[in-house]
Ligand binder design. Structure first.
Ligand code: UDP
Ligand code: MG
Length: 338
């Protein structure tokens, strides 16, 4: 066993009872084909309200490679992935969704690029089947907008499906921000990164856990964490509208002095008031978004709370790292295992 490199696969799960058993099977098959490495599959239960946690716990009782970290409530996808990364011991860490949209069979290709010396191998989607035209269109626009605004070039059409070397993972772990946009953070780290095109499949079962509300929040996190251009844009809008207002003022004076029918200007006046009022509110809103983020960051609460861990023959010494090792600020209520 000694000397064998470890690959950790981190799988966030939120109400995925219909797929997790299948996911474990597919990942297991993939791992069996790569005897050279030791695999650990880290499933993070992100506060599911269905049977996901029980299913995972039961499987971990007789499957040595499966480890479960169950969070105390639903903390959201990006935080769940973070909890998994914190628990991972591997020389390389792979992030993959539970719904098998990202085929586990691509992982060996990622590993071979890693062996060539790349530190990050990220999957780019050539095609995405089974997703609504709305999701495809919004995702397409979002990645292009983000790329324009962002201070670093974030690759287009990539999700979190990627392999990261231990060096990158350690840097990532030292980034404490709460509003996490992991795909951008990994790009920010740098080192040698390479894309790996793949076909994105349909969700195996169940429905997307990313309703529009979560998608918008995630998109905002991406833009606001990687760009301060919206602030500048707000200022530019202010400058443009003040410039236009100058004409309005001249016009108003002209009408006041040289015409008798002053009341006729009411429409123009209303338009000007509403227009400038609108711009002011937008600008305030943009500033507010940044301010709210500063506020949540300064509270510096722990990113997540762990409720339970389960692994085959669990003991904190030989299995998952202890919270002290990972500096993971969590509360451990129960530890299961032999
Ligand atoms: N997920 C999670 N917490 C959440 C929402 C989603 O851990 O609050 C997980 C989910 O179980 C899945 C992954 O994140 O493994 C991606 O979610 P999903 O497939 O629903 O998103 P989509 O592919 O539709 O964008
Ligand atoms: Mg999915």
């Amino acid at each position: 066993m000694t000397g064998q490199k470890i690959i950790s696969v981190v799988v966030p799960c939120y109400n995925e009872e219909e797929v997790v058993a299948n996911t474990i099977e597919r990942l297991g098959k993939m791992a069996a084909g790569l005897k050279k490495y030791q695999f650990e599959l880290i499933f993070v239960d992100d506060g599911s309200s269905d049977k996901t946690r029980e299913i995972l716990r039961r499987i971990s009782e007789d499957n040595r490679t499966v480890h479960v970290v169950a969070l105390a409530r639903n903390f959201g996808h990006q935080i769940a992935v973070t909890a998994g990364i914190d628990a991972a011991r591997g020389d390389a860490v792979v992030l993959i969704d539970a719904d098998l949209q990202d085929p586990p069979e691509v992982i060996p290709q990622m590993i071979s690029r890693w062996e060539e010396g790349y530190d990050v191998v990220y999957g780019t989607r050539i095609s995405r089947s089974g997703e609504s035209a709305f999701k495809l269109a919004t995702a397409r626009c979002f990645y292009r907008l983000l790329n324009r605004l962002s201070e670093i070039p974030i690759p287009l059409d990539t999700g979190d499906f990627r392999l990261m070397d231990r060096g990158v993972v350690d840097v990532l772990k030292s980034m404490p921000e709460r509003h996490r946009f992991i795909r951008g953070m990994v790009t920010w780290v740098g080192f040698r990164q390479i894309e790996l095109p793949y076909e994105r499949a349909e969700r195996l079962a169940g429905i997307s856990k990313y309703p529009l509300r979560k998608m918008i929040a995630f998109a905002l996190d991406g833009i606001l964490s990687f760009s301060s251009k919206p602030l500048r844009l707000a200022m530019m809008l202010g400058i443009i509208s003040s410039f236009l207002a100058c004409f309005g003022i001249v016009y108003a004076f002209y009408m006041r002095i040289f015409t008798a029918a002053w009341v006729e200007g009411w429409t123009a006046l209303m338009i000007a008031v509403l227009f400038i009022g609108g711009i002011q509110l937008i600008a305030l809103g943009v500033i507010g978004e940044y301010l709210a983020r500063v506020y949540t960051e300064t509270k510096s609460r722990p990113l997540y709370v762990v409720d339970e861990r389960a692994s085959y023959g669990f003991s904190s010494a030989d299995c998952l790292p202890t919270p002290a090792e990972t500096q993971e600020p969590t509360i451990l209520r129960r530890q299961r295992g032999a």
